[in-house]
Design a protein around this ligand. Structure first.
Ligand code: ZN
Length: 114
């Protein structure tokens, strides 16, 4: 958070808003956030003697996002999986918190409360 004055004094915030904002700030200051859906795909490596030639293929994790109406996917290496899962979860948590703050401001306009 910057130290420049916000248009709403913090003292004027409700407890709910203060809690949502501080959780959001903490989330964004500590870790990464990443939008997308994690998807496990199976593929065959092409080696005729591999177990994947018959039966199940190898599992690979992808992060899938839609951007400007196009779908993009990103391969997630095994040793990145836990980090990426955390970032995706934190994106959803951050988005929920932001929605919570947004609803408070919706109510302010609706009820004409500054
Ligand atoms: Zn294989």
């Amino acid at each position: 958070m910057s130290d420049k004055k916000s248009d709403i004094p913090r003292a004027g915030m409700s407890a709910a808003e203060r809690r949502a904002r501080s959780q959001l700030a903490q989330l964004l200051s500590q870790r990464g956030v990443m939008r997308g859906t994690l998807l496990v795909r199976t593929r065959r490596c092409g080696k005729s003697n591999c177990r994947c030639a018959r039966g199940e293929g190898h599992e690979s994790l992808f992060l899938v996002i839609s951007e400007n109406g196009r779908t993009r996917q990103l391969f997630v290496p095994k040793d990145w999986e836990s980090r990426v899962r955390r970032w995706v979860e934190d994106y959803h948590r951050a988005r929920d918190l932001l929605e919570e703050v947004s609803r408070i401001y919706w109510d302010k306009v609706h009820k004409r409360q500054s």
